[in-house]
Design a protein around this ligand. Structure first.
Ligand code: 3SK
Length: 509
């Protein structure tokens, strides 16, 4: 079926008479008609660069109008948007850039150093576009400023490409359960599905809503919150380019008066710890949480202090958004609620058979927004995408009254602050330190019940802080252990395999 996600999200609103409604507030405010025009200009500029259907454009950008239009312009032009984490080191970014085969990279100035390093690892990149003026010309890519890029498309073809439900729209990189980053490939139709399911049937979003998300647009959770859901109904999205802090977000809430506030457990904990007035969230009709389970006490304290209900849900990059969620009027703290209408979930035993309520097992989900697989990762794709079903990698149990409860990960992967952390990757960084002999990294709950990476090492002549700094220097900060325990030896099997579960047991508070 002919379908273009940019038409669905933007042009449809203009055609429905909402051309003058505010679509987005960021460093500038744009109506739907203005946004529609900008998106056309970006599409024309991609065409002027010679991009064709299914070419990839990778974005390392802070949330603002250029990032929004870079993504929507890609949808319109039929090229693939690949927004990636802004927390990666140059080396990590280079690996992803090379893997994606992107011909174009677009960045904002905060990420100049990482981008310069990354480009040296990705000879397929032809053009490097930078908001605020061209970067220093690199040996391998032509440097263009964002304005120059747009000017090159002026007078060009702004029309939507003849995409279909099945055309590639969006690739999102995830470390998932296997540790190496891989791109989950989403079709144009997947975007419509998450809007019609979680957006309409759980959030009940309408054109009167104003949306503010703490999670950035490079996350599946963030792009749904800030782009897909509001634009699918002609609502307004507020973009905050800065790194979220409790005071910064509280200011944005006071200024923009959002009705839907999308957070993550770590951030709800930070908001509670900050000295904020009780009426800070008075405009908010509902909060949402995802990324990791929201501990019941946190949910209850947020409601008591700020008067806002938080709907806890779970989604995945592979499913594009939330597929299990608490529902308005039916919140069961400490659970992830029930299947979002439009999805089916199953808990299976080790033989792959569905289990009954009360028996833990592996959580599987089925729905139209599931990615088609991982780009160039056959083994990982076969493991995760099983027919129509997606293996989520989470262990769940269904309570007797039908709610789903997360018991943890099937594997040793750590989800800290809503982002996957591979223990193997952090261990190899620790082991690269000359004083470290052995290392094990596990996820341990802090006093708020939130999981953080913690390491146990055998090492001499080095302090805990030196090792934490060593990790922070060599990898994205969120991956660095929050604490390091010095031990005499690490638990291993008879064949020498590290037993991370024993380390976890030893250091769990
Ligand atoms: O981690 C989650 O719960 C999530 C939710 C929505 C979209 C993507 C993800 C990973």
């Amino acid at each position: 079926m002919g379908f273009n996600a940019a038409d669905y999200l933007i042009t449809r609103n203009v055609e429905a008479g909402r051309g003058s409604t505010t679509a987005v507030r960021g460093s500038e405010e744009l109506s739907y008609a203005e946004l529609d025009q900008r998106v056309g200009e970006v599409a024309a500029a991609y065409r002027a660069l010679g991009l064709r259907r299914d070419d990839r454009v990778l974005m390392v950008m802070s949330d603002d109008i250029p990032m929004l239009t870079a993504i929507l312009g890609a949808f319109r032009a039929g090229v693939v948007a690949v927004p990636v984490s802004t927390m990666l080191t140059g080396g990590e970014l280079g690996t992803i850039l090379a893997d994606s085969g992107a011909r174009v990279i677009i960045s904002t100035p905060e990420f100049d150093d990482a981008v310069a390093t990354a480009i040296t690892a990705a000879p397929e990149v032809e053009v490097a576009i930078r908001v605020g003026g061209p970067a220093d010309p690199s040996a391998t890519a032509r440097a263009l400023g964002w304005d120059e890029f747009l000017a090159a498309g002026a007078g060009g073809d702004t029309a939507s490409a003849p995409t279909s439900d099945d055309s590639w729209a969006l690739w999102l990189y995830t470390s998932g359960t296997t540790g190496t980053p891989k791109a989950a490939m989403h079709r144009h139709a997947n975007i419509r599905h998450v809007c019609q399911t979680y957006g309409e049937r759980v959030l009940g979003i309408t054109e009167d809503d104003v949306c503010l998300s703490v999670a950035k647009m490079f996350f599946a959770y963030g792009i749904g919150n800030s782009v897909f859901f509001p634009f699918s109904v002609g609502a307004t999205s507020v973009l905050v380019p800065q790194r979220p802090t409790p005071d910064g977000i509280a200011d944005a809430v006071r200024t923009h008066q959002p009705t839907l506030f999308y957070g993550v457990p770590t951030f709800f904990a930070a908001l509670l710890a900050a000295d904020l007035p009780e009426d800070t969230f008075a405009s908010v009709r509902m909060g949402t949480s995802a990324g990791e389970p929201l501990p019941a006490p946190l949910q209850q304290r947020f409601k008591e202090r700020f008067g806002v209900d938080i709907l806890d849900g779970i989604g995945s990059t592979e499913a594009l958004h939330i597929f299990l969620s608490n529902q308005p009027g039916d919140i069961q703290p400490g659970t992830t609620g029930v299947a979002v209408p439009g999805y089916a979930v199953e808990i299976r035993d080790e033989a792959g058979n569905p289990v009954t309520a009360g028996t833990p097992g592996a959580l599987f989900v089925r729905g139209e927004s599931i990615a088609l697989g991982y780009w160039r990762r056959t083994d990982a794709s076969r493991q995760m995408f099983q027919g129509e079903w997606l293996s989520t990698g989470d262990t769940y149990v269904q309570t007797d009254d039908g709610y789903y409860q997360c018991l943890g990960r099937n594997s040793d992967m750590i989800k800290a602050g809503g982002i996957w952390v591979s223990p193997a990757e952090v261990e190899s960084r620790l082991l690269a330190h000359p004083s470290v002999e052995q290392a094990a990294v596990v996820g341990i709950e802090d006093s708020e019940g939130l999981v953080k990476p913690v390491a146990a090492v055998t090492a001499t002549g080095v302090t805990e802080q030196e090792l934490i700094d060593w990790c922070r220097d060599g990898m994205a900060h969120f991956k660095a252990p929050r604490a390091i325990h010095f031990v005499d030896d690490l638990p291993k099997t008879a064949t020498g395999k590290l037993q991370r579960f024993k380390v976890r047991e030893q250091f769990a508070e």
